[in-house]
Ligand binder design. Structure first.
Ligand SMILES: Nc1ncnc2c1ncn2[C@@H]1O[C@H](COP(=O)(O)O)[C@@H](OP(=O)(O)O)[C@H]1O
Ligand SMILES: [Mg+2]
Ligand SMILES: [Mg+2]
Ligand SMILES: [Mg+2]
Length: 410
């Protein structure tokens, strides 16, 4: 009989078994290869997020926090040196606000550490070097200071890139903080000395660094060399320049989004041990203690007092310069931070708030503007769409905002 081309004779049981077996082997090898490829891709995408079509949910920022804290700690060695000098090399900026050799020097040291560790990141920093390029004596004075600052621990100092190489490179590094900011990418916000007026007066000041990713603050670190290490040390309500009799002064605060806030004593080498911090539970808002700025030109103290009165708060407000206010309420030394606007057209600067905003929120607080909107760090170098700042325990934020709206007739 002639066989058609499609017709095959029935296979023998042996060859049939062999065919089934070989198909099974091919199929299972294929399944294995595909599943291994998928697994390693998802593992890789955690490290290289651009490989994944969905952004990874876990991104820990531990390294960024570590570098930020170490860089702030090193910069505080410089600011502390200048703090105890009578002449702080103060010059007046175009807006008439002061800037000292401490501000310039701290900015150079911190930007150099960021450049070394995260060379592709952008930086929005408060100061720029144009006045130093015209004032050779001041530039030389800052360089004399900066070149000798190092952490006691050589390995930690090397991680930050070691000493800067020349006066000229120091000026260029200071000008690296000129990013326009915005809603995309990794951008650091740096205030080398926040509360310069407090720094000059002998009060509180803070060295502040935050990392924003796509306009959202992910990491914050703040060094406050004049805050007491002891969270419960009494604060002088009129000056804020208190001394702790026991544990001494100098605290380093930090936070990572979603991972809580911590504090540790400021050290001079490796980082000291940290502990979690949180806002104080306040049963009734009338029990709360207000923090506000010392400078009447920076926040409306009369309006602050009217809000306090409306809320039934009788304790005197504690006046502190700088983001030490955010840090204080984050560790329960005070409960509410009010920064009600003095001038209608003033735009708050992102470096004055980025790190403090995150530290307070991670300690259990809420931070908004006077309308109750979250601070928006994606609008450039200023908080262009916000007015003023209100920070309070989460449970009481709405009540405080209502009082603010009543007092300001919003
Ligand atoms: N009219 C104004 N309203 C609000 N903040 C102002 C202001 N003029 C200056 N500032 C900011 O207030 C900051 C100090 O805040 P505080 O009064 O809470 O200590 C200053 O930071 P620098 O000291 O870094 O320049 C400056 O950026
Ligand atoms: Mg300033
Ligand atoms: Mg500032
Ligand atoms: Mg400043």
């Amino acid at each position: 009989m002639k066989l058609s081309s499609t017709h095959r004779p029935d296979p023998s049981p042996r060859s049939y078994l062999l065919r089934v077996l070989s198909r099974f082997v091919v199929c299972s090898t294929l399944i294995l290869v595909v599943s291994v490829a998928l697994k390693s891709r998802s593992r890789l995408s955690l490290l290289l997020p651009h490989l994944s079509s969905n952004p990874p949910t876990i991104m820990s920022y531990q390294q960024e926090r570590y570098i930020a804290e170490l860089a702030v700690q090193r910069a505080c060695l410089l600011t502390q040196k200048v703090f105890f000098e009578k002449a702080k090399g103060t010059v007046s900026k175009d807006d008439k606000s002061p800037v000292t050799i401490g501000d310039f020097g701290a900015q150079a040291l911190i930007i150099s550490a960021i450049r070394k560790n995260f060379p592709n990141d952008e930086i929005v920093a408060e100061e720029e070097a144009s006045s130093l390029r015209e004032d050779k004596d001041l530039s030389a004075e800052i360089w004399r200071l900066v070149k000798d600052i190092k952490l006691d621990d050589a390995e930690s100092d090397n991680i930050l890139g070691g000493p800067l190489t020349s006066e000229q490179s120091m000026l260029d590094i200071i000008d690296n903080g000129n990013s326009v900011g915005g809603p995309k990418g990794r951008i650091w916000a740096l205030d080398p000395i926040d509360g310069t007026k407090g720094f000059l007066r002998g009060g509180q000041y803070a060295v502040c660094l935050g990392l924003m990713v796509d306009g959202d603050v992910k990491v914050g670190a703040i060094g406050t060399p004049n805050l007491p290490v002891d969270d419960a040390a009494p604060i002088d309500a009129s000056t804020g320049a208190q001394q702790s009799a026991t544990a001494g002064n100098g605290v380093l605060f930090s936070a990572i989004l979603g991972e809580g806030a911590t504090s540790r004593p400021l050290a001079s080498g490796t980082l000291a041990a940290s502990k979690p911090i949180s806002m104080r539970p306040v049963a009734k808002i009338s029990d709360a203690v207000f923090c506000e700025g010392v400078e009447a030109a920076h926040s409306a103290q009369g309006d602050n007092a009217a809000v306090a009165q409306l809320l039934g708060i009788t304790a005197p407000s504690v006046r502190l310069d700088s983001q030490a206010k955010y840090c204080s309420i984050a560790r329960g030394a005070g409960d509410v931070y009010l920064r009600l606007p003095v001038k209608k057209d003033y735009q708050e600067k992102i470096w004055d708030h980025a790190a403090g905003d995150l530290i307070v929120r991670e300690a259990g607080g809420q931070v908004t503007d006077i309308y109750g909107n979250r601070l928006d760090f994606s609008k450039g170098r200023t908080l262009a769409v916000n007015k003023g700042v209100v920070a309070a325990p989460k449970a009481h934020q709405d009540q405080v905002i209502d009082a603010v709206k009543t007092v300001l007739k919003l």
